[in-house]
Ligand binder design. Sequence first.
Ligand SMILES: Cc1ncc(COP(=O)(O)O)c(C=O)c1O
Length: 386
Amino acid sequence: MTSTQTKRLVKPFFLDISPAERTEIQSAVGEILESGQLILGPKTDAFENAFAKYVGTKFAVSVSTGTAALEIILRSKNVEGKAVAVPTNTNFATVAAILHAGARPVYVDMDPSTFMPNLKMLEQVHKHENIAGAIWVHIGGLIAPDFIETIDYCKANGLFMIEDAAHAHGSALPEGKAGSLGDAGAFSFFPTKVMTTLEGGMITTDDEAIANMARSLRNQGKGGAAFGNEHTDLGNSWRLNEIEAAIGLVQLRKLDDMVARRERGVSDLTEFLPSLGLEWCSVDHMSQFSGYKLIVKHPEDDSRSVSEIKEALKAQGVIPGGGVYDKPCHLQPVFSDVAHPKEGLPISEKWCPRHICPPITSGTTEEDSKQIRDAYRSVYADRASS
Ligand SMILES: Cc1ncc(COP(=O)(O)O)c(C=O)c1O
């Protein structure tokens, strides 16, 4: 038997649906099937209204995925043939959505303390490139400390700012929640996210033109009409269905509770990490943190590779979560035709492969937190302060 087999495991994924909620969802499924209204019905309306209220925007438009949410917002901003700034440190989907919308991604490097770009980096890119706007990604649920200043800069310069809030359900600055700060926000409800509808996405915005175009584009471009056969826009089949919306309603009701549990798991670890001299991307400036990923940096002076550290943590029963992200997008084979600066994007290239996200979920217990701390203490034993 290996030591992994003898240990209890702390896993990076937890489906937070209780037995009572499962029963509630089953009964909603029965109701939906009986009604025959499978799409664009009362559950979808209720989920969109509740989500808009939660985020604090005038409109929320549900869609099939977070990727669709991004592409729809971009299309509603008429980006075809234009350039859009985007962090190279993001999920494939953010860059893919720009390409699918017919625009050109302009990569931006990242600040090593936040794993996302800062305003200076945007200014620099804007000096050299005729960008129409930017997508900023709330990486791991973190909102950039200078995000409000960045939005002010965009407004002053006629640029749009789209929030990729796929990791940031419930994340907030004192000025407002993720998804309510820029021109529009794109959320994902993919199974591993802070809340799920199995698959799904949501667009949040105060801009009625974006909301109207989103309703059309998600529904084969049928303008304002949910049904019928008149197509005014080149849309797609990007709808959420009524069953997914019903699951979303149950998840959204307890989103703050799930986030609070994640935040507890995060602070259980961040109170301890200084004793090992380890650094992480701080969330202290935020009024609420979704807790999707705590980004812990593997120290520069430690000659062991990140894979060795991950294996050592696994041997202690602590299975690290996926990184955000190990390989920046400009190095992804599929994007080899997208131009990037000759000198590369050095901070992302250095730090993306040098971080680990401990397995914190809304199901993390005190016992899990202790096991994570013990594993870190043992793996980084040489750094422990006496
Ligand atoms: C940052 C980011 N943006 C967009 C997406 C796309 O979301 P979806 O998988 O729902 O299409 C993801 C999904 O993992 C993501 O992590």
